[in-house]
Design a protein around this ligand. Structure first.
Ligand code: PEP
Ligand code: MG
Length: 317
């Protein structure tokens, strides 16, 4: 029994009707990679590279970054590795990044915006990723995209770094969908970006106008809110229109209750915390696409996140 459980945990994940759903892991350190593989992750859907940049006097140089990225890539074996470029902003003090105090750091110079304000840092990071992660394993993802302009600026930087290194095979460059703007323009983004991955933590905070970190209101945060689900529906449709895949790498991907709704909205990759992976695979294997689509439509028409949760309970039970 135990070896059968283990084989199931490591097998690719398919729904009851045979539809393939990729179950990936979010990583925030080198140690996480081994835990993810042990838990049956089929790849890394979000490597949060911030851990390399925070709490230090100087930015990590290319050699240091390469060592970490290549250690993680090796631990993952031949599984895909999606590296997110640096995602910090004015709310986190970083001595080597002289950032002005901001009244609204969540709306400020963060994520890809900061990277474009400091192209020297971005170039080093892109080069380190390209040199450390084998091209057929490597995917790169940009945080805090609002429209095509920032995507195109980084695309040009990536193409230049690839040319300088003599890399002529494609390295997929995707966008995180974390702003309502990006969700509403998903079809436009999908025309150029290689994949879309929804950061439901930020997408929910910006859609509901509720600060993730403010205890007075953060209980109002539930990513299963129908307003968020309608935006996710746009992302699923936009990706499908252009033959791209759309995934979820925010906290909602780790919630088994959300899986049938997300899948019914066109999501084909879920990137969860390593601890959630076994249960997520087990739940996805019981699901049927027609029922997921029906549930997703009803969820988008619901009045509240609580109503959505009640509906989803009924389907999973
Ligand atoms: C998100 O916003 O959902 C996300 C995955 O990014 P982070 O939680 O690192 O902001
Ligand atoms: Mg985010």
């Amino acid at each position: 029994q135990r070896s059968r459980d283990r084989a199931q945990a490591h097998a690719d994940c398919r729904m009851a009707d045979g539809t393939r759903i990729e179950i990936f892991a979010n990583l925030g350190s080198q140690a996480d990679a081994a835990a993810a593989v042990a838990a049956g992750a089929e790849g890394c859907g979000l490597l949060r590279t911030e851990f390399l940049f925070l709490e230090r006097a100087e930015a990590p140089d290319e050699a240091e970054q390469r060592e970490i990225y290549s250690g993680i890539a090796t631990t993952l074996g031949d599984r895909p590795l999606i590296v997110r470029t640096l995602d910090i902003g004015g709310d986190k003090p970083v001595p080597y990044l002289p950032m002005a105090a901001e009244e609204n750091p969540a709306l400020g110079l963060r994520g890809v915006r900061l990277s474009l304000a400091r192209p020297d840092l971005m170039q080093v990071q892109l080069r380190a990723i390209l040199r450390a992660v084998p091209a057929d394993q490597c995917r790169i993802m940009l945080p805090m995209i609002a429209d095509l302009s920032d995507y195109r600026a980084v695309r040009a930087m990536l193409d230049a770094e690839k040319a300088a290194l003599g890399i002529d095979v494609p390295v997929p460059l995707g966008v995180m969908i974390e702003t309502p703007a990006a969700a509403m323009l998903a079809d436009m983004l999908a025309a150029e970006a290689d994949f879309l991955s929804i950061g439901t933590n930020d997408l929910t905070q910006y859609t509901l106008a509720v600060d993730r970190g403010n205890a007075a209101v953060s209980h109002r945060i539930d990513a299963l809110h129908p307003a968020v689900l309608r935006l996710i529906r746009e992302v699923g449709r936009g990706a499908q229109r252009h033959g791209r895949w759309a995934g979820v790498c925010g906290g909602l991907a780790s919630d088994p209750l959300a899986a049938p709704i997300l899948i019914g909205l066109g999501i084909t990759e879920l990137s969860a915390t390593p601890a959630a992976i076994a249960r997520l695979k087990a739940v996805v294997r019981t699901l049927d696409m027609a029922r997921c689509i029906d549930l997703a439509e009803r969820a988008c028409a619901a009045e509240s996140a609580a109503a959505v949760r009640a509906m989803a309970q009924g389907v999973l039970a």
